[in-house]
Design a protein around this ligand. Sequence first.
Ligand SMILES: Nc1nc2c(c(=O)[nH]1)N[C@H]1C(S)=C(S)[C@@H](COP(=O)(O)OP(=O)(O)OC[C@H]3O[C@@H](n4cnc5c(=O)[nH]c(N)nc54)[C@H](O)[C@@H]3O)O[C@H]1N2
Ligand SMILES: Nc1nc2c(c(=O)[nH]1)N[C@H]1C(S)=C(S)[C@@H](COP(=O)(O)OP(=O)(O)OC[C@H]3O[C@@H](n4cnc5c(=O)[nH]c(N)nc54)[C@H](O)[C@@H]3O)O[C@H]1N2
Ligand code: SF4
Ligand SMILES: [Mo]
Length: 768
Amino acid sequence: MGKENKRNISITGSTEFTGIRLKAPAPYAAGIPGVKTALQHAFKEMGVVRSLHGLAHMNQKEGFDCPGCAWPDPEKPSKLGEYCENGAKALAEEATNKKADAAFFARHSVEELSTWTDYQIGKSGRLTEPMLLRPGSVHYEPVTWEKAFSLIASELRQLDTPDEGVFYTSGRSSNEAAFLYGLFVRAFGTNNMPDCSNMCHESSGVALSQTLGIGKGSVKLEDFEEAEIVIVMGQNPGTNHPRMLSALQKCKENGGKIISINPLEEAGLIRFKNPQEFKGVLASGTPLTDLHLQVKINQDVSLLKLLIKKLAALDETSPQVFDHEFINRYTHGYEALIGHLKQFSEKELLALCGVAEEHIDRAVELLAQKNKIIICWAMGLTQHKNGVANIKECVNLLLLKGSLGRPGAGTCPVRGHSNVQGDRSVGIMHQVSPELNASIAKTFGFIAPEKEGLDTVHAIEAMHQGRAKVFIALGGNFVSAASDTIYTAEALQNCKLTVNISTKLNRTHLTAGKTALILPTLGRSELDRKEGKPRFFTVENSMGKVHRSKGLLAPASDQLKSEPEIIGAMAHAYFEGNHVVDWEGLSEDYALIRAKLEEVITSFKGLSAKSEGSGFYLPNNVRDLDFSKLPDGKAQFSCCPLPDHQLKPHEFLLMTVRSHDQFNTTIYGLHDRYRGVYNERRVIFMHPDDMRANALEKLEVVHLISSYDGKERKAYNFLVIPYNIPQGNLASYFPETNVLVPYNHFADQSHTPISKSIVVTLEKASHV
Ligand SMILES: Nc1nc2c(c(=O)[nH]1)N[C@H]1C(S)=C(S)[C@@H](COP(=O)(O)OP(=O)(O)OC[C@H]3O[C@@H](n4cnc5c(=O)[nH]c(N)nc54)[C@H](O)[C@@H]3O)O[C@H]1N2
Ligand SMILES: Nc1nc2c(c(=O)[nH]1)N[C@H]1C(S)=C(S)[C@@H](COP(=O)(O)OP(=O)(O)OC[C@H]3O[C@@H](n4cnc5c(=O)[nH]c(N)nc54)[C@H](O)[C@@H]3O)O[C@H]1N2
Ligand code: SF4
Ligand SMILES: [Mo]
């Protein structure tokens, strides 16, 4: 805990059990239970009228973009409703009628709140007015907006260098808010802009930029209708991107095949009952996965190398297996890749990946015949030490098959937060972009800093070591989302000031710096009005399409400010009106922000007009097969080493995943319906043979221990559940297990924490 911070804060909250019930894992996704759960959540939090009003406008052209994930809306949204169970839950969470107001904070101290579970904290309701936590105090108290902004300005001015400030962003902010925030941080003088991407798809961004010249995916939604094969790797769409199942369903209906690659057999990938269709609710639904490759955790590179090696052998006898015309014309490094593969024996790769050879051969047979292939992936590939290599190996396969830049084929990194991709596009990044800086200088007349800033893991270290002293977050829940919870909490508590611009209370408000502010803001779904006129903003979906979003529900409180208003006022207070940018003017007029955004980032040219209706696609060089920015002007093959895990006996690889009832650190409920776990989150999924070998009974209580660089980290109280998972592998939920992830172990190049391959041992609770 920080030296001057004497508050007695529980970092992890309660570790008590909540009363587990187990059932068999679900045989299908969505259907009637999906609709029922969606409406139950919405009605309970928002009441019937507000729920129906909100849901009817979500993902509709004149409405607001779902605050859930980044999956795109179809061209013609259904009048029946264009949302899924989790979209409804996300809305219910945001548009709840409950309030965490001044009376709430007077009743509950931060010390008391810190002992609550994340579920209890989240259920306290919407933040309604700015709140201040004074040094030494344990109660947040109301503060005026004016005082809050002048406090921030004064703390920022007292820093020895702008690099002592850290400015985090979570991916729910609009393009307009994120652009303004990035502009302010650069005008302030630092590139310390860690963001949730650093913990998420950063590995995808790095791998795709290096191999294909753009850090984003290449497919459009309609490509799923034409794809012959869709590979879904390291992703659980049934829970995290539910409407992706409709796209997979269309692919199947058109004769496509689906291969899933995952240590778990996720229910959402087995069978789908589309609740938007009459037949989907009543009949047995669509079987989705044709072939499941049950890979061991972090052995995707071994698996992909094996598939490619076998395909290469077939290609020697029938050279149409690979697309040689494409390879010759568009790629670099083919010979090197084929040479590199000779280092590995099929037997070795087979043993490493743990998949049955007959399944591998079936996959090879399917892939050999087809060349319209889409690979979709998410956190199961990115959150490993070799996260970047995982994705480069996917690119290798697509390049060999010529599966890029043609209909029905391409890369599909499925993004998490609803505007995480847009935030990056408009300048939220810790790296320096000379083009962006030049554009800023031209448009605004100030010089943006040229020193690379801190990403998430390095920002934590800097705050812990006292090199950074003010932490400001535009959304998110930093302490629970980041790795090494206790170390990260200490880092925040070390700060002189922590500021959270938030919609809901979360643990980061409690692991506060010496002084802390909560600045409550409008959510996506809420009516944002200026002088009586409703305003809209823009977002970018997972497939690079930018469109408008306009909230319509009555705001949680009349004291809320929009994100651009908060950022503008903060900047205005800091510069005291002495700056080349008219911060106040910009923050009030989103059209003006858009006009400047178009000027600074040329791919957004025409934003104001083109974002109308279903929006517009940003340029994408892979779609045009233009690799001119890469070495040789070609797409790059990569020769990636195998992952290196030397596990000792009794050590396991643990992946930290999402339950069906959470959105990241927001816990909607305590069930994980598709995996058959009810009313409990402190569970650990384990292979029955591993349980026997370790003399563990079903529902026995264990503690999880990770040990890196001689430091032991412990997560207490987990119930063992026998599950269909590869031997030597374990699964549990985040954020409860983030205490185990060492902050200084992360992916090469992308610095994404290793949240999906943590080496752990188990300790029986009774032994303590
Ligand atoms: N309802 C809901 N929707 C969400 C979110 C949420 O929390 N709740 N979060 C949003 C965000 S920010 C994101 S980034 C996405 C996350 O979406 P996902 O990436 O689907 O989320 P995870 O639960 O982390 O699931 C990872 C999947 O990868 C598998 N996996 C783990 N390790 C490996 C591996 O080594 N190899 C392979 N092949 N598979 C592996 C796991 O079994 C699991 O199925 O979802 C977004 N949408
Ligand atoms: N172990 C482990 N750790 C992980 C992951 C994992 O798979 N395993 N996944 C990682 C991933 S992929 C991600 S993206 C990060 C997520 O990291 P974050 O984005 O930091 O976390 P969230 O839980 O999404 O943030 C929720 C909070 O955002 C605020 N909020 C919600 N909507 C809005 C809004 O419209 N505006 C503002 N200003 N605030 C809002 C609310 O106050 C809410 O409490 O976590 C990462 N951490
Ligand atoms: S798939 Fe994602 S964006 Fe679409 S409704 Fe569901 S949660 Fe919202
Ligand atoms: Mo994410």
